[in-house]
Design a protein around this ligand. Structure first.
Ligand code: FE2
Length: 430
């Protein structure tokens, strides 16, 4: 016996992979999403060019990951490998992880500290700001060979990106005349961003990395989709973190509609009281489950915010997670139309007590690749990718709260997803 995955795995080419000239957005407008946005190689290539390499600020690192001069981190802008480096003068630089000579991805370590970058292939060396400093045998040997007389090192440095920071978070862009990060994020999004990144120094607690067999946009959609939260996530409902009827919000930025904040305030009691009529709508509710360690769900109020949970989607590649006292960022690295890599960094603050750190780590089990909540999203998005790739039907329905595009007053809404696709269609020319 074979499972369906064995017969037609996700490694097989998508059946919905037409040339881009043949792709037309459905007549339903923002009330439908065509499957080809998730499956087309051409669409993916255009996204990389117009979104990730276009006028966007992309997350690359937390400053706490590279606190000292000479510290570096290997990172990504979209699928493009970059290096984030702190120079001798404390300044932060981001450049392509591609030797200017023959194109080798020269930086091979995830993190480290060094005084220069040396390509392993022909030992071209670069300073911490990405400038070419040395070429072996530049003048040849015995007056034979070598570079031409007019070769100037200044013309052959690494490709540099624009860099900006906001309270310890580093963003980079291939566009050098980007608007300030504060304007890019907008005041509505900054409010909750700054509740987490409030200027206190961060302490890195650990990392996760996983591949999701789904299109990168599905991760944004998942966190702009408050509808699924109480339906998919038993844990949220059973333990009162989010029950239909709790105070909550789904905010989209009003400038472009691409960033979002999904926010909620947990029930006061540990175990939720769920009305009989709501139970009928929530098949994931299970009666009588108890936690062995109730410390797991303690919420210590420490943020300048009315919410116990805020999940922020920052276009195009960052999720900021504040799930009660567990803090983390998720860095989306697209990996072709049918796959994405998720890089997680969990953190607290430098002045946390050991007890607070233990609490953050314990509560961190909610999230991560196999977290009590994260697990179910990973599976659901895999199911969607499988569905859209291999079916005859060619679009999905996006009609909840149908007249609304952007911030929603209700959790039973897809208005924030529509706002994202409104912008997406403009940028992509669909
Ligand atoms: Fe979810």
């Amino acid at each position: 016996m074979y499972s369906s995955e064995t017969v037609i795995g996700l490694g097989t080419p998508s059946v919905k992979n037409k040339p881009i000239e043949q792709l037309v957005w459905p007549e339903e407008g923002l009330h439908a999403i065509p499957d080809w946005v998730y499956t087309s190689d051409d669409v993916y290539a255009r996204e990389v060019e117009r979104i990730f390499q276009g006028p966007t600020w992309n997350f690359v690192a937390l400053e706490a990951e590279i606190p000292n001069s000479g510290d570096y981190k290997r990172s990504y802008v979209g699928p493009t490998p970059v290096v984030v480096s702190r120079a001798e003068d404390g300044s932060i630089h981001v450049f392509e992880n591609r030797c200017a000579h023959r194109g080798a991805e020269f930086c091979r370590h995830t993190r480290g500290n060094n005084t220069e970058f040396v390509c392993p292939y022909h030992q071209w060396s670069y300073d911490l700001k990405g400038n070419l400093q040395g070429i072996p045998f530049k003048r040849g040997v015995n007056k034979l060979g070598g570079m031409p007389r007019d070769f100037r090192n200044e013309d052959h440095g690494l490709k540099k990106l624009a860099v900006t920071t906001r309270n310890g978070v580093i963003f980079a862009s291939f566009t050098h005349d980007m608007e300030p990060i504060e304007d890019y994020l907008t005041p509505e999004i900054l409010k909750d961003f700054d509740a987490v990144f409030n200027g206190k120094k961060l302490r890195i607690l650990g990392f996760y990395k996983n591949e999701l067999p789904c299109n990168w946009k599905m991760y944004h959609e998942n966190l702009k989709d408050p509808y699924h939260a109480t339906l998919l996530h038993s844990f949220l409902v059973v333990f009162g973190l989010l029950v239909a009827g709790n105070r909550s919000a789904m905010v989209a930025d009003s400038k472009r509609g691409i960033h979002g904040t999904m926010a909620s305030a947990k029930s006061d009691s540990l175990y939720a009281a769920v009305d009989a009529d709501k139970k009928k709508e929530m098949r994931s509710f299970h009666e009588g489950m108890v936690l062995k360690d109730e410390r797991f769900l303690e919420y210590v109020k420490e943020f300048d915010s009315e919410w116990s949970v805020t999940m922020q989607t920052i276009w195009p590649n960052l999720i900021v997670q504040r799930e009660m006292n567990t803090l983390g960022i998720r860095h989306i690295v697209p990996n072709g139309p049918n796959s994405m890599i998720m890089l997680w960094t969990m953190f607290g603050y430098e002045d946390d007590t050991e007890e607070t750190t233990r609490h953050r780590l314990r509560q961190g089990n909610l999230m991560g690749p196999s977290g009590f909540l994260g697990l179910e999203d990973n599976e659901a998005m895999k199911f969607v990718q499988e569905g859209v790739r291999r079916s005859v039907t060619d679009r999905s329905v996006l009609k909840l709260d149908s007249e609304n595009i952007g911030t929603a007053d209700s959790l039973i809404s897809e208005a924030a997803i529509r706002a994202m696709y409104k912008h997406y269609r403009e940028v992509m020319g669909f």
